[in-house]
Design a protein around this ligand. Structure first.
Ligand code: GLA
Length: 384
């Protein structure tokens, strides 16, 4: 019989075979997909100290923080020059990063920052090339909790890419501060296959999203097949949310949010939180849809059926229930059906509509609903 010690050693060894770089895993971070806000989609270069502070206030006042949105992420354009010793300074828009971090933390929130492994960032500001350790040290000293590291202007092979990300990951580890590492390299070189082994907690799987149904749908529905690469601590990232930015109608934003929840995608809002319509707030704070995204089982959903523009997606949940999204990508409302056999259930099941927030009753073998144009019906199905 094996002693408990030998069993432990065997398990450690087996884990090593499956996850070749256990020492690089940021294992206690992002156990569910990160939730928060990022400055880029709405503010781009206009982000500054004042906007970060008012966004922190809004995260609290609107209830978004209570709903789980805790990371407040400053994207590109905060960077200034380096000092004589090579340490990065913020530019004029950010007079005192440490004071800003203290303010954000005093609200019970966490703060994120952005950089690139190249000499310049995507927007042409100072990048981290050759200063990785100094930058990691600086972020930790200021009090940052999250780094988005954007390949953008870098060039190089897969090996160089992996080594650039590993370098920054190791530098962050060395600081001793837990800092979520978000890889941004647009899904090149099948990042989902190696993102976790270079220490990424999440990795972009696509190019940039924009606030249009066509682009959002192309990105979101294209994620099918990547589900096996996501799990607690390491997530596929189909880019940040556009909900509330004005380019899509309510049904389209519901599709966006529902699809991201089924995908167990990071829910990083990208709108102006200080002036939201009640409808935008209602979407972003729908607890039942957020619970789909944040389910502790951490399974990314996938497509189970497609007929032209009609797609049926499902996500297995920790309590054994299945979430189902009936998505209609065409321009007229149509009835859509999910057969229970398509999601591995049979017989009778109770169904709850997660947007109407109502129990719909007991159904046998299948469920049919009218789905608006570009819209979704999102239900949670529990077998009896
Ligand atoms: C790239 C990224 C965006 C944003 C910008 C900033 O385009 O994909 O998300 O970070 O850079 O310059």
């Amino acid at each position: 019989m094996l002693s408990p010690n030998k069993v432990a050693r065997f398990l450690t060894f087996s884990c090593f075979l499956i996850f070749p770089n256990p020492s690089t895993a940021q294992s206690n971070l992002a156990l569910t997909p990160p939730m928060g806000w990022n400055s880029w989609n709405h503010f781009a270069e206009r982000i500054d100290d004042k906007t970060v502070r008012s966004t922190a206030d809004a995260l609290v006042a609107t209830g978004l923080k209570d709903a789980g949105y805790v990371y407040l992420n400053i994207d590109d354009t905060w960077e200034g020059k380096r000092d004589a010793n090579g340490f990065i300074q913020p530019n004029d828009k950010f007079p005192d990063m440490k004071a800003l971090a203290d303010y954000v933390h005093s609200k019970g929130l966490k703060l994120g920052i952005y950089s690139s492994p190249a000499a310049k960032t995507c927007a042409g500001y100072e990048g981290s090339l050759g200063h990785e350790e100094q930058d990691a040290e600086t972020y930790a000293k200021w009090g940052f909790d999250y780094l988005k590291y954007d390949w953008c202007k870098s060039t190089g092979s897969l090996e160089q890419m992996e080594s650039a990300y590993t370098k920054m990951h190791d530098a962050l580890q060395k600081t001793g501060r837990p800092i979520v590492l978000s890889l941004c390299e647009y899904g090149w070189n099948k990042v989902w296959e190696w993102g976790a082994s270079v220490g990424g907690n999440l990795w972009r799987t696509t190019g940039d999203i924009s606030d249009e149904y066509r682009v959002m749908a192309e990105i979101g529905f294209d994620q099918n097949g990547l589900e096996k690469f996501a799990g607690p601590g390491h997530w596929n990232d189909p880019d940040m949310l556009e909900v509330g930015n004005g380019g899509m109608n309510d049904d389209e934003y519901r599709t966006h949010f529902s699809l991201w929840a089924i995908l167990a995608a990071p829910l990083i809002a990208g709108n102006d939180l200080t002036s939201m319509t009640p409808y935008t707030l209602d979407i972003l704070t729908n607890r039942e849809v957020i619970a789909v995204d944040q389910d502790p089982l951490g399974k990314q959903g996938f497509r189970v059926a497609q007929e032209g523009p009609f797609e049926v997606w499902t996500k297995p949940m920790a309590d054994g229930s299945k979430v189902v999204g009936l998505f209609n990508r065409q321009r007229t409302a149509e009835p859509m059906t999910v057969k229970f056999s398509q999601i591995g259930l049979q017989g009778e099941a109770s169904i709850r509509d997660l947007w109407v927030k109502k129990d719909l009753g007991t159904f046998k073998d299948s469920f049919t609903a009218y789905v608006p144009r570009h819209g979704v019906v999102l239900v949670r199905i529990k077998a009896h």
